[in-house]
Design a protein around this ligand. Structure first.
Ligand SMILES: [Ca+2]
Ligand SMILES: [Ca+2]
Ligand SMILES: [Ca+2]
Length: 269
């Protein structure tokens, strides 16, 4: 009797171990989701206090993590964008966000044919201006053709609309703007970074996403349901990750959590 008892005890852990391995092998197929859970080199360090959390707890933890940052002047943003948004195929040029055009770095300015500093979270949604803060935060600033920037204006993001000059596949209608497919996810992750970074506990408004396209000057940006779909349709690529790493290492010292963990969008919203 005692011998049998010991043998049973010995075998139980082995059986559990085999079972765990089988479950581990089967899991990816069973839990296939659009934005699969990812692991990054920063999980054990930068994101240590956020790992394992969801919902408001995750958002709050990420806010604490990404808030410490070096703030740039608006004039310093020109030079930074020449580095972060360099065309991978031509080091003399920047790649324009919505139009996809490759344009000389030296053509920055405010005239027709120039590129300027597009605030993806429209500046007027919270009226934060261009002093060091959300108005100069590289995580949502991108080079864009002056006229395309003007066409986007302060519109919320949504699907639908018509093409326009230099649209590059982006569309617009009377109340919203749809970026070209290759940057839809970038736009979503930039907007949601802003929502987590700016929570109204400093001198800036609490920026939040909502599902409207008529936000005007309130510190809200839409449409959340569409941004969530775009995050899944256009996962981070090498350009977006390079940009993130340059902002982290060379300029601001903080990261956009949704580029490292796209699945955190669904975990929070
Ligand atoms: Ca619309
Ligand atoms: Ca993209
Ligand atoms: Ca917020």
């Amino acid at each position: 009797m005692p011998v049998t008892s010991i043998r049973t005890r010995r075998w139980k852990p082995v059986a559990f171990a085999v079972s765990a391995v089988l479950v581990g092998l089967a899991a990816p197929a069973l839990t296939a989701t659009p934005a699969a859970a990812t692991t990054t080199a920063y999980d054990a360090t930068y994101y240590k206090n956020a790992i394992g959390k969801t919902g408001t707890s995750l958002k709050s933890s990420l806010h604490t993590i990404i808030t410490p940052q070096t703030k740039l002047s608006y004039s310093a943003v020109w030079e930074a964008l020449k580095v972060t948004d360099q065309d991978p195929n031509n080091s003399s040029n920047v790649k324009l966000l919505y139009s996809g055009i490759s344009r000389s770095k030296t053509l920055n300015g405010g005239n027709t044919g120039n590129w300027n500093r597009e605030h993806v979270w429209a500046q007027s949604h919270g009226d934060f201006g261009t002093s060091a803060g959300p108005g100069t935060d590289l995580h949502h600033l991108r080079p864009e053709d002056v006229q395309v920037n003007s066409i986007r204006g302060n519109k919320d993001f949504d699907n639908g609309g018509s093409s326009f000059t230099n649209s590059g596949g982006s569309l617009t209608d009377s109340n919203s703007f749809e970026p070209r497919a290759a940057v839809k996810g970038d736009v979503a992750r930039m907007i949601l970074y802003m929502a987590v970074r700016y929570e109204g506990d400093d001198s800036w408004p609490d920026l939040e996403p909502n599902d409207a396209v008529t936000n005007g000057s309130v510190p809200l940006h839409g449409r959340l349901s569409v941004l969530k779909a775009w995050n899944e349709a256009d996962p981070p690529d090498a350009f977006e990750e390079r940009r993130q790493n340059l902002i982290y290492s060379n300029y601001q010292g903080n990261r956009n959590p949704f580029i490292d963990h796209p699945e955190w969008v669904e975990a929070i919203w």
